[in-house]
Write a protein that binds this ligand. Structure first.
Ligand SMILES: NC(=O)c1ccc[n+]([C@@H]2O[C@H](COP(=O)([O-])OP(=O)(O)OC[C@H]3O[C@@H](n4cnc5c(N)ncnc54)[C@H](OP(=O)(O)O)[C@@H]3O)[C@@H](O)[C@H]2O)c1
Length: 239
Protein backbone atom coordinates (compact mmCIF):
# COMPACT_ATOMS: atom_id res chain seq x y z
CA UNK A 1 0.00 0.00 0.00
CA UNK A 2 1.38 3.43 -0.90
CA UNK A 3 1.08 5.76 2.04
CA UNK A 4 3.15 8.64 0.69
CA UNK A 5 2.88 11.33 -1.94
CA UNK A 6 4.15 9.64 -5.10
CA UNK A 7 7.18 11.36 -6.58
CA UNK A 8 7.73 13.60 -3.57
CA UNK A 9 9.80 13.45 -0.40
CA UNK A 10 7.23 15.38 1.58
CA UNK A 11 7.14 14.27 5.21
CA UNK A 12 10.01 11.81 4.74
CA UNK A 13 13.22 11.65 6.71
CA UNK A 14 16.55 11.53 4.88
CA UNK A 15 20.07 11.05 6.12
CA UNK A 16 22.61 12.41 3.65
CA UNK A 17 26.21 11.38 4.31
CA UNK A 18 28.64 13.58 2.45
CA UNK A 19 29.52 16.50 4.65
CA UNK A 20 30.61 19.36 2.48
CA UNK A 21 29.91 17.59 -0.81
CA UNK A 22 28.28 20.01 -3.26
CA UNK A 23 25.93 17.29 -4.47
CA UNK A 24 24.88 16.42 -0.89
CA UNK A 25 24.16 20.09 -0.23
CA UNK A 26 22.16 20.43 -3.45
CA UNK A 27 20.11 17.33 -2.65
CA UNK A 28 19.57 18.51 0.92
CA UNK A 29 18.18 21.83 -0.27
CA UNK A 30 15.90 20.16 -2.84
CA UNK A 31 14.60 17.67 -0.27
CA UNK A 32 13.97 20.40 2.31
CA UNK A 33 12.13 22.31 -0.43
CA UNK A 34 9.80 19.31 -0.89
CA UNK A 35 9.04 19.23 2.82
CA UNK A 36 11.41 16.45 3.87
CA UNK A 37 13.37 16.36 7.12
CA UNK A 38 17.10 16.12 6.40
CA UNK A 39 19.98 15.05 8.60
CA UNK A 40 23.34 15.80 7.01
CA UNK A 41 26.20 13.66 8.24
CA UNK A 42 29.92 13.78 7.79
CA UNK A 43 33.22 14.31 9.44
CA UNK A 44 33.34 16.85 12.21
CA UNK A 45 33.85 20.41 11.12
CA UNK A 46 31.37 20.65 8.27
CA UNK A 47 28.38 21.41 10.51
CA UNK A 48 29.09 25.15 10.61
CA UNK A 49 27.46 26.01 7.28
CA UNK A 50 24.34 23.83 7.43
CA UNK A 51 21.47 24.57 5.05
CA UNK A 52 18.62 26.08 7.05
CA UNK A 53 16.31 23.37 8.38
CA UNK A 54 18.89 20.56 8.24
CA UNK A 55 20.49 19.00 11.29
CA UNK A 56 23.91 17.38 11.61
CA UNK A 57 25.37 14.11 12.96
CA UNK A 58 29.09 13.30 12.88
CA UNK A 59 30.16 10.17 11.03
CA UNK A 60 33.38 8.91 9.52
CA UNK A 61 32.77 6.15 6.99
CA UNK A 62 36.15 4.60 7.88
CA UNK A 63 34.87 3.88 11.42
CA UNK A 64 32.08 1.33 11.93
CA UNK A 65 31.45 2.59 15.45
CA UNK A 66 30.55 6.07 14.19
CA UNK A 67 28.30 4.54 11.53
CA UNK A 68 26.42 2.57 14.20
CA UNK A 69 26.09 5.75 16.28
CA UNK A 70 24.78 7.69 13.28
CA UNK A 71 22.11 5.05 12.70
CA UNK A 72 20.99 4.99 16.33
CA UNK A 73 20.92 8.80 16.61
CA UNK A 74 19.09 9.23 13.30
CA UNK A 75 16.06 7.19 14.46
CA UNK A 76 13.59 5.92 11.87
CA UNK A 77 14.63 6.98 8.39
CA UNK A 78 13.05 6.75 4.95
CA UNK A 79 16.14 7.25 2.79
CA UNK A 80 19.89 6.98 3.28
CA UNK A 81 22.15 8.77 0.81
CA UNK A 82 25.94 8.49 0.70
CA UNK A 83 27.73 11.01 -1.52
CA UNK A 84 31.09 10.80 0.23
CA UNK A 85 34.32 10.43 -1.68
CA UNK A 86 37.96 10.50 -0.66
CA UNK A 87 39.76 10.48 -4.03
CA UNK A 88 43.05 8.60 -4.34
CA UNK A 89 44.32 9.65 -7.76
CA UNK A 90 47.75 9.56 -9.32
CA UNK A 91 50.28 7.00 -10.52
CA UNK A 92 49.83 3.76 -8.62
CA UNK A 93 53.47 3.77 -7.52
CA UNK A 94 52.86 7.01 -5.61
CA UNK A 95 49.67 6.00 -3.79
CA UNK A 96 49.95 5.21 -0.08
CA UNK A 97 48.01 2.16 1.11
CA UNK A 98 46.01 4.17 3.65
CA UNK A 99 44.87 6.59 0.92
CA UNK A 100 43.70 3.68 -1.22
CA UNK A 101 41.83 2.18 1.74
CA UNK A 102 40.25 5.54 2.61
CA UNK A 103 38.97 5.87 -0.96
CA UNK A 104 37.39 2.40 -0.86
CA UNK A 105 36.03 3.03 2.65
CA UNK A 106 34.25 6.24 1.63
CA UNK A 107 32.50 4.78 -1.42
CA UNK A 108 32.21 1.02 -0.84
CA UNK A 109 33.02 -0.36 2.63
CA UNK A 110 31.43 2.53 4.58
CA UNK A 111 28.15 2.35 2.62
CA UNK A 112 28.13 -1.44 3.04
CA UNK A 113 28.50 -1.02 6.81
CA UNK A 114 25.82 1.66 6.77
CA UNK A 115 23.47 -0.80 5.08
CA UNK A 116 24.37 -3.43 7.69
CA UNK A 117 23.30 -1.12 10.52
CA UNK A 118 20.53 0.86 8.83
CA UNK A 119 18.20 -1.73 7.36
CA UNK A 120 16.39 -2.37 10.63
CA UNK A 121 15.58 1.30 11.15
CA UNK A 122 14.49 2.04 7.60
CA UNK A 123 10.79 2.71 7.15
CA UNK A 124 8.77 0.53 4.74
CA UNK A 125 9.12 1.91 1.22
CA UNK A 126 12.51 3.37 2.04
CA UNK A 127 15.75 3.26 0.10
CA UNK A 128 19.48 3.78 -0.01
CA UNK A 129 21.23 5.83 -2.68
CA UNK A 130 24.97 5.61 -3.34
CA UNK A 131 27.27 7.45 -5.73
CA UNK A 132 29.39 5.79 -8.37
CA UNK A 133 31.15 7.81 -11.11
CA UNK A 134 31.94 7.80 -14.81
CA UNK A 135 35.56 6.75 -14.33
CA UNK A 136 34.29 3.30 -13.31
CA UNK A 137 33.30 2.82 -16.97
CA UNK A 138 35.94 5.03 -18.59
CA UNK A 139 39.22 4.42 -16.75
CA UNK A 140 42.42 6.25 -17.54
CA UNK A 141 45.94 6.13 -16.11
CA UNK A 142 46.15 7.48 -12.57
CA UNK A 143 42.48 6.78 -11.87
CA UNK A 144 42.63 3.06 -11.08
CA UNK A 145 41.51 3.37 -7.46
CA UNK A 146 38.49 5.52 -8.23
CA UNK A 147 37.60 3.39 -11.27
CA UNK A 148 37.62 0.35 -8.99
CA UNK A 149 35.60 2.07 -6.27
CA UNK A 150 33.00 3.42 -8.69
CA UNK A 151 32.55 0.12 -10.52
CA UNK A 152 32.26 -1.64 -7.16
CA UNK A 153 29.41 0.69 -6.19
CA UNK A 154 27.37 -0.56 -9.16
CA UNK A 155 27.94 -4.17 -8.09
CA UNK A 156 27.16 -3.25 -4.49
CA UNK A 157 23.77 -1.69 -5.22
CA UNK A 158 22.71 -4.68 -7.33
CA UNK A 159 23.71 -7.14 -4.61
CA UNK A 160 22.27 -5.07 -1.76
CA UNK A 161 19.00 -4.56 -3.59
CA UNK A 162 18.56 -8.33 -3.52
CA UNK A 163 19.79 -8.84 0.03
CA UNK A 164 17.95 -6.03 1.82
CA UNK A 165 14.72 -6.09 -0.22
CA UNK A 166 12.09 -4.70 -0.05
CA UNK A 167 14.30 -1.73 0.84
CA UNK A 168 15.42 -0.29 -2.51
CA UNK A 169 19.07 0.41 -3.29
CA UNK A 170 20.32 2.45 -6.25
CA UNK A 171 23.29 4.51 -7.39
CA UNK A 172 23.86 7.59 -9.47
CA UNK A 173 27.00 7.61 -11.64
CA UNK A 174 27.80 11.27 -12.29
CA UNK A 175 30.07 12.49 -15.02
CA UNK A 176 32.23 15.54 -14.44
CA UNK A 177 30.14 17.95 -12.37
CA UNK A 178 31.15 21.41 -11.22
CA UNK A 179 30.12 20.61 -7.64
CA UNK A 180 33.04 22.26 -5.87
CA UNK A 181 35.05 19.04 -5.90
CA UNK A 182 37.21 20.35 -8.76
CA UNK A 183 38.15 23.53 -6.90
CA UNK A 184 41.16 21.54 -5.75
CA UNK A 185 42.61 22.01 -9.27
CA UNK A 186 42.99 25.70 -8.51
CA UNK A 187 43.83 27.80 -11.55
CA UNK A 188 43.60 24.74 -13.82
CA UNK A 189 39.95 24.05 -12.99
CA UNK A 190 38.37 26.26 -15.69
CA UNK A 191 40.55 24.81 -18.47
CA UNK A 192 39.81 21.26 -17.27
CA UNK A 193 36.05 21.86 -17.27
CA UNK A 194 36.20 23.55 -20.69
CA UNK A 195 38.21 20.70 -22.19
CA UNK A 196 35.85 18.12 -20.69
CA UNK A 197 32.77 19.97 -22.00
CA UNK A 198 34.18 19.94 -25.54
CA UNK A 199 34.61 16.15 -25.39
CA UNK A 200 31.11 15.38 -24.14
CA UNK A 201 28.14 14.59 -26.41
CA UNK A 202 26.05 17.17 -24.50
CA UNK A 203 28.70 19.88 -24.94
CA UNK A 204 28.88 20.90 -21.28
CA UNK A 205 29.91 19.58 -17.90
CA UNK A 206 27.30 18.70 -15.30
CA UNK A 207 25.70 20.99 -12.77
CA UNK A 208 24.67 19.93 -9.28
CA UNK A 209 21.00 20.24 -10.36
CA UNK A 210 21.51 17.59 -13.08
CA UNK A 211 22.53 15.10 -10.42
CA UNK A 212 19.96 16.22 -7.87
CA UNK A 213 17.07 15.64 -10.28
CA UNK A 214 18.27 12.07 -10.92
CA UNK A 215 18.74 11.50 -7.20
CA UNK A 216 15.15 12.63 -6.52
CA UNK A 217 13.93 10.17 -9.15
CA UNK A 218 15.92 7.32 -7.57
CA UNK A 219 14.59 8.15 -4.11
CA UNK A 220 10.95 8.44 -5.10
CA UNK A 221 10.36 5.87 -7.87
CA UNK A 222 9.05 2.80 -6.03
CA UNK A 223 9.86 0.44 -8.95
CA UNK A 224 13.55 1.36 -9.21
CA UNK A 225 16.06 -0.82 -7.39
CA UNK A 226 19.46 -2.36 -8.01
CA UNK A 227 20.10 0.24 -10.70
CA UNK A 228 22.94 2.62 -11.49
CA UNK A 229 21.73 5.71 -13.32
CA UNK A 230 24.42 7.19 -15.55
CA UNK A 231 24.06 10.97 -15.42
CA UNK A 232 27.28 11.74 -17.24
CA UNK A 233 26.48 13.83 -20.31
CA UNK A 234 27.47 10.81 -22.39
CA UNK A 235 30.91 10.71 -20.77
CA UNK A 236 31.18 6.95 -21.14
CA UNK A 237 30.93 7.30 -24.91
CA UNK A 238 33.07 10.35 -25.58
CA UNK A 239 35.52 9.86 -28.46
N1 LIG B 1 31.81 16.06 -8.86
C1 LIG B 1 32.10 15.22 -9.85
O1 LIG B 1 32.57 15.61 -10.94
C2 LIG B 1 31.86 13.75 -9.67
C3 LIG B 1 32.20 12.89 -10.73
C4 LIG B 1 32.00 11.51 -10.58
C5 LIG B 1 31.49 11.01 -9.39
N2 LIG B 1 31.18 11.89 -8.38
C6 LIG B 1 30.71 11.31 -7.12
O2 LIG B 1 29.56 11.96 -6.64
C7 LIG B 1 29.59 12.02 -5.20
C8 LIG B 1 29.44 13.46 -4.74
O3 LIG B 1 30.39 14.25 -5.42
P1 LIG B 1 30.80 15.72 -4.91
O4 LIG B 1 31.58 16.33 -6.02
O5 LIG B 1 29.59 16.44 -4.42
O6 LIG B 1 31.74 15.31 -3.68
P2 LIG B 1 32.92 16.07 -2.97
O7 LIG B 1 32.75 17.54 -3.10
O8 LIG B 1 34.20 15.45 -3.43
O9 LIG B 1 32.67 15.72 -1.44
C9 LIG B 1 32.96 14.50 -0.93
C10 LIG B 1 32.61 14.54 0.56
O10 LIG B 1 32.89 13.26 1.09
C11 LIG B 1 33.29 13.45 2.42
N3 LIG B 1 34.05 12.32 2.92
C12 LIG B 1 35.22 11.82 2.46
N4 LIG B 1 35.61 10.78 3.21
C13 LIG B 1 34.66 10.62 4.16
C14 LIG B 1 34.51 9.72 5.25
N5 LIG B 1 35.42 8.78 5.52
N6 LIG B 1 33.42 9.83 6.03
C15 LIG B 1 32.51 10.79 5.80
N7 LIG B 1 32.59 11.69 4.79
C16 LIG B 1 33.67 11.59 3.98
C17 LIG B 1 34.16 14.69 2.36
O11 LIG B 1 34.15 15.20 3.67
P3 LIG B 1 35.28 16.13 4.29
O12 LIG B 1 34.83 17.50 3.92
O13 LIG B 1 35.21 15.81 5.74
O14 LIG B 1 36.58 15.71 3.64
C18 LIG B 1 33.43 15.55 1.36
O15 LIG B 1 32.53 16.43 2.02
C19 LIG B 1 30.93 11.40 -4.79
O16 LIG B 1 30.74 10.03 -4.49
C20 LIG B 1 31.77 11.53 -6.04
O17 LIG B 1 32.82 10.54 -6.14
C21 LIG B 1 31.35 13.23 -8.49
Amino acid sequence: MRSRTEGSLQGQRLVVVGGRSGIARGLTEAALGQGAEVVLAGRAGAAASLPQGASWIDVDLREEETIATLVSEAGTVDHWVVSASAPANGPLADLPADGIRAALDAKVVGPLLLAKHAVASTREGGSMLLFSGVVGWRPSPGLTVMATANAAVAALVAALAVEVAPMRVNAISPGIVDSGAWDRLGAEKEAFLRRTAQQLPVGRVGEVEDIVSAALLALTNPFLTGSTLHVDGGGRWRP
